[in-house]
Write a protein that binds this ligand. Sequence first.
Ligand SMILES: [Zn+2]
Length: 266
Amino acid sequence: MNERWMRRLMVSLGGVLAVGVAMAGLGAKAPAADRPGQASQAKILILTGNEYPGNKWRETAPLLSKFLAQDARLKTAVQDNPDFLASPELHEYDALVLNYMNWESPDPGESARANLKRFVENGKGLVLVHFACGAFQGWAEFQNIAGRIWNPKLRGHDPHGKFTVEIVAEDHPITRGLKSFETVDELYTCLDGQKDIQVLAKATSKVDGKDYPMAFVNHYGRGRVFHCVLGHDVQALSTPAVQELYRRGVAWAAGLAPVPQSGRAP
Ligand SMILES: [Zn+2]
């Protein structure tokens, strides 16, 4: 080995070591989304504690936590203080589930918004449940993160009732193998935005005959966003196919395979 080559090797080794030391110093851990197929479980935080009074987070958050945890890889926790969004501890989680809507109060402020943006941008997962699409009104960047947001100038939703949710992305890992299903819920008709999203499921309005996205995915920085407008109340979140859609969407956003390996051939 000649001397010049040796020196070059030492320089590149030094670089690798420096990065390793810096990451260890920060306590940094590659997000699960950066380790596809390697992570065996993910820490999921359900953030709630504030919602439009018509949506009852005290009933829906525990139910979300319960049915998400039916996928044993998803380690769920519920946080009912929205100020937690500003905490550095947020970054200990692999995915954040927003069961949150600050309809009648300000959002938790600039540092919370910046922290949430950083969380997703840096490769973590974000899941929006039902009316979370209406949170952070006035924060322009939320539209790019969420993919679509509630526009209060548009017609909000069909009257609460039964409708069919049609799976339109049969080749996406979240919806692969899922069948279209009936549910009793609010069919949202007021999502707005230009971001290039991939729609996974849609429903047709009984009021105007148009199709509206019910579940879709978005990418923001290195992060994955699963956005689903289903789930107005306990009844809507009790539809088995809605639970399955959320379980898969949360696992995907957190960087896991949407369906746990059964260990058996399908
Ligand atoms: Zn609702």
